[in-house]
Design a protein around this ligand. Structure first.
Ligand SMILES: CC(C)(COP(=O)(O)OP(=O)(O)OC[C@H]1O[C@@H](n2cnc3c(N)ncnc32)[C@H](O)[C@@H]1OP(=O)(O)O)[C@@H](O)C(=O)NCCC(=O)NCCS
Length: 178
């Protein structure tokens, strides 16, 4: 199946309509195709397969059978790291990113993590806005960490952000399975 509906219109839909379930091997080709359209330096299908083989916690959120949001969380003793958090363009600003972020934090806290980290492009205002609103604060900056969008494009710094767990409760907090 080919990802469809990646127009940039942003209908205001609520995260509560989403059905959450684990990412499965059968999703990988579709999710990798979404990933290639969403990120400047996308994970490959092999990256997702490796993440599943490593036992990372990975989920997708669907509406009417279409994956709109997905992500991968690495759990380690005492802490967790968000490795991937993505919302398809036409479903943004509907609370899905926030819902998955809080789902990640809840899973990490349940597994005993006291803190949660992530890396984000320093120019990714949407993601930084999402994380800051949830209580994440920058704790480090990694110069030139990310490749640019093209061969000649300059590399981009990463911000390392951290939050103590549990996160404060949020609007759009996740409900449901997975
Ligand atoms: C970043 C991303 C996950 C946000 O997902 P989303 O579902 O659109 O975000 P939400 O609707 O849950 O927004 C939650 C909050 O984040 C902030 N936010 C989200 N998008 C924003 C934007 N474009 N500009 C500024 N703040 C933004 C706001 O505080 C927002 O709350 P509000 O809508 O009440 O103002 C999404 O834009 C995305 O997938 N981007 C491409 C992939 C990516 O960059 N992933 C993160 C890599 S670290």
């Amino acid at each position: 199946m080919t990802p469809a509906g990646l127009a940039t219109a942003a209908p205001r839909r609520v995260a509560a309509e989403i059905a959450w379930r684990p990412l499965t091997a059968g999703d990988l080709a579709y999710v990798a195709a979404l990933e290639a359209q969403i990120h400047a330096a996308p994970w490959t299908l092999g990256n997702f397969r490796d993440a599943m083989a490593a036992g990372y916690w990975a989920t997708v959120g669907e509406r009417e059978g279409r994956i709109l949001v997905y992500g991968v969380l690495m759990l380690a003793p005492g802490e967790a790291q968000i490795l991937n958090l993505s919302v398809v363009p036409d479903a943004r600003r509907g609370g899905l990113g926030r819902a998955l972020l809080h789902r990640f934090a809840a899973v990490a806290a349940e597994r005993g993590a006291a803190q949660i980290f992530l890396e984000v492009r320093a120019g990714n205002a949407a993601a930084i806005g999402l994380y800051a609103a949830a209580g994440f604060v920058p704790v480090a900056r990694r110069a030139g960490y990310y490749p640019g969008p093209g061969i000649d494009a300059p590399r981009e710094d990463a911000l390392v952000m951290r939050a103590a767990l549990p996160l404060p409760a949020a609007r759009g907090a996740p409900v449901g399975n997975a």
